[in-house]
Ligand binder design. Structure first.
Ligand code: UDP
Ligand code: MG
Length: 319
């Protein structure tokens, strides 16, 4: 008898007690009409509400529910990695727990997989977002795509289907500081994109504060190459050139008219400007040193409190 292809859903969940039964129900509804086996892996990322109790209750009633709970909040990236490492399916679908990734697209993702694509990406447009936020994001992506080797695209997040080949490729990337958006793009493979309208979160609240977003933005630029260091070098060289120019002009002036004392403004601007440039450059270098520091510690990405999943599985592509 032919074995049915299995899909693993990976759902990182942090304080999503209200949403979890709804996601599961929506997935079950979508998969009911599909000719696939499936499992739904909830990763409880150290939630402080009833998330874990809810997941375990569901696991008791539905055999397709798997769970992994962390000892504390390790972040979405770690949760997704745990999901990928434990997924036993022939393909994986990553979804948020908050229903902002519409389950109605599952069918289209699966059609993409059947057509032979290794990554089927659901791309969200920015309907409902504030114009300022959309503007900042589009500027950011323009900058990133000029500095970084991989291509990042606005709206293409974690909501996607990955074939076993793509999942195994992602698992070979062992860096501690994971920036998934870049990693998906880095592994390449045949990709197909589907668009959907942005959905507003109904329950719970977003975990993205402005400082978190800013840090994420910096991660995006620094995680993939060392071009920013080169920018530091060019800035330094440019400032040095300006300084040399200024010195020679002033020197000629002194030769012609003698020393004139007032110079407070030029002095203070030079000190402040140079200080600023130096601090920014040091900050950029520091970003890299910090990364080297945390990579050398080789700490695990997460610690598991309880799970009903066999750990970790690396299956071969069967297609
Ligand atoms: N999430 C997580 N760990 C965290 C923060 C978020 O597992 O530390 C999960 C969260 O439960 C949700 C998904 O990541 O399923 C996306 O989070 P959120 O909705 O806050 O992000 P947004 O949709 O605003 O980008
Ligand atoms: Mg969300």
């Amino acid at each position: 008898m032919m074995k049915r292809v299995k899909i693993s859903f990976i759902i990182p969940s942090y304080n999503e007690a209200e949403n979890i039964p709804k996601v599961l129900e929506a997935i079950n509804k979508e998969m009911y009409s599909q000719f696939y086996n499936y499992e739904v892996i909830f990763i409880d990322d150290g939630s402080t509400d009833e998330t874990m109790e809810t997941i375990k209750r569901l696991a008791f009633h539905f055999e397709e529910v798997r769970y992994i709970s962390f000892t504390r909040n390790f972040g979405k990236e770690s949760a997704m990695l745990a999901g990928l490492q434990s997924a036993s399916g022939d393909a994986v679908i990553m979804m948020d727990a908050d229903l902002q990734h519409p389950p109605s697209l599952i069918c289209q993702l699966l059609r993409g997989y059947e057509e032979g694509y290794d990554q089927v990406i659901a791309k969200r447009n920015r309907t409902g977002d504030s114009p300022i936020r959309s503007f900042i994001s589009s500027c950011y992506y323009r900058i990133v795509n000029h500095t970084v080797d991989v291509k990042l695209s606005d709206g293409e997040g974690d909501f996607r289907l990955l074939s076993r080949k793509a999942v195994n490729a992602l698992l070979t990337l062992s860096e501690g500081n994971r920036f998934s958006k870049g990693l998906y793009s880095w592994i390449g493979y045949e990709q197909k994109t589907i668009s959907y309208d942005n959905v507003v979160r109904e329950h719970g609240e977003t975990k993205w504060s402005f400082p978190k977003l800013l840090n994420y933005a910096i991660d995006g630029i620094v995680s993939f190459n060392h071009k920013p260091l080169r920018v530091c070098f060019y800035t330094g060289a440019f400032v040095l050139l300006l300084a040399l120019l200024y010195i020679s002009i002033t020197f000629v002036q002194i030769l012609r008219t003698g020393i004139t004392v007032p110079g407070y403004f030029t002095l203070i601007s030079a000190v402040l400007f140079l200080g600023g440039v130096q601090l920014v450059c040091m900050g950029i270098i520091g970003e890299y040193i910090g990364r080297i520091y945390s990579e050398t510690k080789k700490r695990p990405h997460y610690l598991i409190q309880q799970t009903n999943v066999d750990q970790p599985v690396q299956k071969m592509e069967k297609r």
